[in-house]
Design a binder for this molecule. Structure first.
Ligand SMILES: [Zn+2]
Ligand SMILES: [Zn+2]
Length: 103
């Protein structure tokens, strides 16, 4: 199954012009280019697994939105037709935004 790169909407202004400003070994702080809000996405398990989900081609840039899998901690989390999926372990995931701070 094909996936596409993760898209995260700013929780305050709805823009999808959101970039990842840190690195997975540190934190998942993202910043919105429209209103400068910052937030950290997290995932929770939606239940169920997807077999054979493959990462998008080309792979996203390091500055593209990223989130860690709630099951295996992989950052190979992408969008499938009906929600997020980890292409590391196949877990179906739900995205949540935490630490929302207006810019
Ligand atoms: Zn915004
Ligand atoms: Zn996983």
């Amino acid at each position: 199954m094909k996936t596409r790169k993760l898209e995260i909407r700013c929780p305050l202004c709805g823009s999808v012009d959101v970039s990842y400003s840190c690195a997975p070994h540190c934190c998942f702080n993202h910043v919105c280019a429209e209103c400068y809000a910052t937030f950290e996405p997290v995932t929770t398990l939606a239940g169920g697994k997807v077999r054979g989900a493959t990462p998008p081609d080309p792979l996203p840039d390091p500055a593209d939105p990223a989130v860690a899998c709630a099951s295996c901690d992989s950052v190979a989390v992408y969008m499938a037709e009906d929600g997020l999926v980890c292409t590391g372990c196949g877990a179906r995931l739900v995205l949540e935004l935490t630490e929302v701070t207006p810019g």
